[in-house]
Structures are given as structure tokens and as C-alpha cells.
Ligand binder design. Structure first.
Ligand SMILES: *[C@@H]1O[C@H](CO)[C@@H](O)[C@H](O)[C@H]1NC(C)=O
Ligand SMILES: *[C@@H]1O[C@H](CO)[C@@H](O)[C@H](O)[C@H]1NC(C)=O
Ligand SMILES: *[C@@H]1O[C@H](CO)[C@@H](O)[C@H](O)[C@H]1NC(C)=O
Ligand SMILES: *[C@@H]1O[C@H](CO)[C@@H](O)[C@H](O)[C@H]1NC(C)=O
Length: 510
């Protein structure tokens, strides 16, 4: 009994302590991870696309990831790829130190360093991971780097093991590297995460997912770049669903694959693109655009700040649409649950508040650990645009829920608070005149439309899930009851017998 009492007391103490802490948290309060990658080269973009670390709004993220560091192939050690921006030697800009220092004002933050990325390629990581000595040299250098700059951990962005001139044995060696890193990190409490590719063939060949899920703290799924000009036909950058049942190139397919291959849902962080893919139609006169079949040219067009063919930041895309004489026509593509813009031969497939809210909802419904963004520097961080309609699907579902008698029963069981009691602050789903009422979130900032949508949509989705879980419980209860009415087998009798036996055992033990 003493042990039980002790556990109880510790529990009470922890919850009291927890409450005092909650007041101080400046970050998201929904309990899910919001991982924000920063493409630190965004500081070289022309104004107003230029993004420096001071443009961050750290309250919108739980994790900040400084991207990227690289690998010195000679010594197999981690190195800065831009010493002038990253370090403070030779009057450098001290980026590492400036980002980590944000924890002083925002203690909820975890700040990690990412190594790799597309431009680093695969072979040097393949070589490093292939021998025990070179892995050891790498790990030693990482520990030094993290300790020097007081980072909270490392994010591995090897793109990708076994691919892009990697070797077949990378799959196993990647696990060894991750395992050895996690063991070396343990005494220091460092976080180890990795960004993984979301394509079917990458997931199949590059990763031993069950093992990676054991050793990694979080898995950042790069659920974007499913389609681009490389297909030769039009397609969505990050479609929720594929264009038919056999299409594996979709966010939903990726998430289902990971769950089926042993990734713990709470470790999975769903990546969202803060950018779109641009296309030039082969036939500018095409009347009907069809994803997966309308032909496009080999190269797309550029955005004014990011300057990369085939790519446009959300801030560049939304700036185009804000122009009063804008020729762009907005379309919603139902199957992929993403929008696109068209102006003659030019098409942009991208994500806006609505498509992002839909993906957030899916992530919460599947019990995932949170959301990630690539990358925060192309959100509308200056607040030049207006996001509208981000929550129209939440509104639509709410409209259908309101008059459902089972929902009403669930709402009573859950003690959803009355709006007159909680006032203007408090949850989004409230009672008003005894009816379920949805209060849409009011943006806290005039900028960062997408980041705000992610955080608000998480809160909405978590509350909606609570109601629908209760609905499901009621409905399955009903099933059991009607089964019993039909002379069912008495589940509850059996479980109460088990319960009594268990209680007796517990009583004997103490
Ligand atoms: C890479 O490591 C080698 C050996 O330690 C060293 O001589 C060289 O300066 C390093 N290169 C960079 C770019 O850090
Ligand atoms: C999907 O694949 C199956 C088997 O290969 C094929 O029979 C079917 O026609 C395909 N469906 C579509 C919509 O492509
Ligand atoms: C708005 O669009 C028009 C027509 O395409 C263009 O001429 C003009 O330069 C644009 N204005 C801005 C501020 O981008
Ligand atoms: C955005 O919407 C607000 C409120 O509806 C309005 O006052 C503001 O002018 C809009 N901003 C732009 C850039 O259109």
C-alpha cells in the first residue's frame, strides 16, 4: 500500500508542478509537435523574400531545425556549410548561436541542427555509415558540435540511403548509425530525429522503418514533391489521396505505409510544404486540366524571391493572387484536396490554409505526434496576404454534426462547456443554447497565415476527435447492447468476472 500511496503523492505533486509550468509556456498549448525547418540560405533572397532568424515567430513552433550542416568527407565529421552565416569566427553572423539563444525567451523550444539535405547528396553519407570507425568519428564530432553550440539534438537528412548513388547496404548501415547515435546521445539527453523520403520505392529500399522507429525520437516525413515537372505531366505537389486506387503517390498512402511497417504513430511527424510546384503546359490552350495526364514542359517557372525553376514559396504564390489585376484563376482540386492556380500556360499546385487544415485533421485523427513544415521561411511571414476559408471543411462537418442525436448525446457525456461560462477564451467546440457551436479561431498574428492555421487546426481537430471518439464509443456500445438483446454472449459479465479476479490478486499482493 505504501508504494501506491507514494505513486499517488508523486502524481499530485507532478500535476501541481505541471500547472504552474503551463502558465509560462509561450509555445503551442495543444500538446502536439510543430517542427519548423528553417532553410537558412533564405537570408540571401531578395526583399521582401529575404528571411533572417529574427523574422521567426518562435511561439508558433515547438521545434526549430537549423538547416543544413554538411559532412567533411576526409574526416567524416560534421561541418558548417556556411561558416560566415553559421559561426562567429572571423566576424561571422553566429547563426547557430542566435537560433539557440531564442530558447532564453521561449523556453518551450527545442532547437536542433539538421545535417544533409538534397544538395549534399548520398555517397558521402553512405561511405561514413559503412565503417564502425567512420561512424565513431562522425558521432564524436556531432557530440562536440551539439555541446559547443548548445543545440538540443541532431536531425539526419541523408537523401537517401541506397538512393542517388548510395549503396544497397545503406539500409542496414543507416540503422547502425541511428542506433549508435541514439546510444551516444542518451547520457546527454539530446534528441535524435530524421527526415525520411515519402515515395514508395524510397520507403521500401532505404529504411528499416520498425528499427528506425525504435531509435529515433521523431520521424519527420517529407510528404511533398510527390509530383513535379519531372513527371512530364501535371500533378499535385502534396496530394492527400492518389488519382486512383493504385496510386501510391499520396500523403495518405505514405502515412498508412509507415503505420503498417512498424512506425509508432506518436513518433511520426507529418511534413507539410510551405511551397508549391510550378508547371508550363505543353498546350497552353488546354481547356480541362487533368492530374496525371495533361502534358507539361520539362522545366517550370521561378518565383521572384526563391529563383528556382519549378518551385514557388507560399509567400510568392499568395503575393501573386493579392494583385488586384491578377490574371490567376483559383481552382480547388477535390481528389488531391489541394488548390491550384492557372494563368494560361502557367499552373501552380500548392498548399493553402484549407489543404493544410485537411492534412492536420488527418494527422490528428491517426494519432500522429504532430506536424512539420518545410520550410517556415516561405510562409507569408511578412503578412502580405489574407488566408480565407482555411476551416470550411471543419465548418461543413460541424453543420452535419449539429443535428445528429448521437452527437448530442456524446456532447452531453463530454461536459462540453457552455459559452456563457467560458467566455470568448476557451475551447472551439462549445455549447450555446444547448447546441454544439463551433467558434473559429481568430488569428493571433497578422503574418504567418499557414503556421497559425497549423496550430489552430490542431486544436480544432483534437476537440473534434474527442467528440467523434465519444460518438463511436456510444455507437459500439449500442451494437453490444443490441447483440445482447438478440441473446448475445455477455461480454460485460465476462469482463466483470476478470475484474473481480484482478482486484483479488491486487489485494493479496499488497
Ligand atoms: C576536413 O577535414 C580535414 C581533415 O581533418 C581537414 O584538413 C579539412 O580542413 C576539413 N575540411 C573542411 C572544409 O572543414
Ligand atoms: C489497378 O491495378 C490492377 C492490377 O494491376 C488493375 O487490374 C487495375 O485496372 C488498376 N486500376 C486502375 C484504376 O488503374
Ligand atoms: C499585378 O499584375 C499586373 C498584371 O499581370 C502586372 O502588370 C503588375 O506588375 C502586377 N503588380 C504587382 C505589384 O506585382
Ligand atoms: C485582409 O483582411 C483584413 C480584414 O478583412 C483587411 O482589413 C485587410 O485590408 C486585408 N489585407 C489585404 C492585404 O487585403
Amino acid at each position: 500500500m505504501n508504494v501506491l500511496c507514494l505513486i499517488f503523492l508523486v502524481g499530485v505533486a507532478a500535476s501541481v508542478h505541471g500547472q504552474t509550468l503551463v502558465e509560462e509556456v509561450k509555445g503551442p498549448k495543444h500538446g502536439k509537435k510543430v517542427v519548423c525547418y528553417i532553410a537558412t540560405w533564405a537570408v540571401y533572397r531578395p526583399d521582401p523574400g529575404r528571411f533572417s532568424l529574427e523574422d521567426l515567430e518562435p511561439a508558433l513552433c515547438t521545434h526549430l531545425v537549423y538547416s543544413f550542416a554538411g559532412l567533411n568527407e576526409t574526416s567524416n565529421t560534421i561541418k558548417s556549410l556556411d561558416p560566415w552565416q553559421d559561426l562567429e569566427t572571423d566576424y561571422g553572423k553566429a547563426g547557430y548561436k542566435r537560433l539557440v539563444a531564442m530558447k532564453n525567451k521561449y523556453p518551450h523550444l527545442k532547437v536542433t541542427l539538421a545535417i544533409g539535405g538534397w544538395n549534399e547528396g548520398s555517397p558521402r553519407y553512405s561511405n561514413m555509415a559503412s565503417k564502425a570507425e567512420s561512424r565513431a568519428a562522425f558521432i564524436k564530432s556531432v557530440l562536440l558540435m551539439l555541446n559547443n553550440y548548445k543545440f538540443d539534438g541532431l536531425d539526419l537528412d541523408w537523401e537517401y540511403p541506397t538512393k542517388r548513388d548510395g549503396k544497397p547496404y545503406d539500409r542496414e548501415n543507416f540503422v547502425l548509425l541511428v542506433k549508435e547515435l541514439s546510444e551516444a546521445f542518451e547520457p546527454h539527453g539530446y534528441i535524435l530525429t530524421a527526415a525520411l523520403g515519402a515515395g514508395k520505392s524510397t520507403m521500401e529500399t532505404a529504411y528499416d522503418l520498425a528499427k528506425l522507429s525504435r531509435y529515433l525520437d521523431l520521424i519527420h516525413m517529407m510528404c511533398y514533391d510527390y509530383h513535379g515537372t519531372w513527371d512530364g505531366v501535371l500533378g499535385a505537389n502534396a496530394p492527400l489521396k492518389g488519382i486512383n486506387d493504385n496510386d501510391t503517390l499520396s500523403v495518405e498512402w505514405t502515412v498508412e505505409y509507415l503505420l503498417a511497417h512498424g512506425v509508432s504513430p506518436y513518433k511520426m511527424v507529418l511534413g507539410l510544404p510551405m511551397y508549391g510546384r510550378t508547371f508550363l503546359l505543353t498546350d497552353p490552350g488546354s481547356r480541362v486540366l487533368e492530374y496525371g495526364s495533361t502534358p507539361v514542359k520539362a522545366t517550370g517557372f521561378k518565383g521572384p524571391y526563391t529563383g528556382e525553376a519549378g518551385f514557388m514559396g507560399y509567400n510568392e504564390i499568395c503575393a501573386e493572387t493579392m494583385n488586384k489585376s491578377s490574371p490567376w484563376v483559383y481552382h480547388w482540386h477535390e481528389q488531391s484536396a489541394t488548390p491550384y492556380l492557372r494563368d494560361g500556360e502557367k499552373v501552380i499546385s500548392y498548399d493553402n490554409g484549407r489543404s493544410i487544415a485537411i492534412k492536420v485533421k488527418m494527422a490528428i485523427d491517426k494519432g500522429l505526434g504532430g506536424l512539420m513544415v518545410w520550410s517556415i521561411d516561405t510562409d507569408d511571414f511578412r503578412g502580405n496576404c489574407n488566408e480565407t476559408d482555411a476551416y470550411i471543411d471543419f465548418v461543413e462537418r460541424h453543420r452535419r454534426m449539429v443535428n445528429d442525436p448521437v452527437v448530442n448525446k456524446a456532447v452531453r457525456n463530454l461536459n462540453i462547456p457552455d459559452v456563457t461560462l467560458v467566455g470568448s477564451k476557451g475551447p472551439a467546440y462549445v455549447l450555446q443554447d444547448n447546441q454544439l457551436h463551433l467558434r473559429l479561431p481568430q488569428p493571433k498574428y497578422t503574418n504567418y497565415a499557414l503556421m497559425q492555421t497549423i496550430n489552430d487546426a490542431i486544436t480544432l481537430a483534437v476537440e473534434e476527435k474527442k467528440i467523434l471518439d465519444e460518438v463511436q464509443r456510444l455507437e459500439s456500445d449500442n451494437e453490444v447492447r443490441s447483440e445482447k438483446d438478440k441473446g448475445g454472449n455477455g461480454h460485460s459479465l465476462r469482463s466483470s468476472v476478470i475484474g473481480i479476479v484482478l482486484c483479488a490478486l491486487v489485494a493479496l499482493k499488497f
